[in-house]
Design a protein around this ligand. Structure first.
Ligand SMILES: [Cu+2]
Length: 84
C-alpha cells in the first residue's frame, strides 16, 4: 500500500500540550500511519494511506485547531489550548 505524505498548516498550536492533542487527533484517524508535528513551524506532516485531507482538517477543527493543507505562513492570532 502506498503511503502519502500530507503537510498541514495548523493555527493555534502554542505549546507541547497542543502538539500532543494534535498528534492524538491525527493518529486516531483510520489510515494514518505517523504524524510529525512541528510546533515551531505550526505544521504537521502526516503519513497516511490515501486518507481524504478533509478528514484531517475536519478532525483538527473539531479539536479547536483551524488548519489547511499545504505550507503557509503561521497565523499568530488564534489562541491555543492554553491561550498562550
Ligand atoms: Cu497549548
Amino acid at each position: 500500500m502506498n503511503t502519502t505524505q500530507t503537510l498541514i498548516s495548523i493555527d493555534g498550536m502554542t505549546c507541547a500540550h497542543c502538539v500532543l492533542t494534535i498528534r492524538t487527533v491525527l493518529l486516531g484517524l483510520p489510515g494514518v500511519r505517523s504524524v510529525d508535528v512541528r510546533l515551531r513551524d505550526g505544521t504537521a506532516t502526516v503519513a497516511h494511506d490515501g486518507l481524504a485531507t478533509t478528514a484531517m482538517t475536519n478532525a483538527l477543527a473539531d479539536a479547536g485547531f483551524p488548519s489547511r493543507v499545504g505550507a503557509s505562513k503561521r497565523m499568530p492570532a488564534a489562541p491555543g489550548c492554553c491561550g498562550a
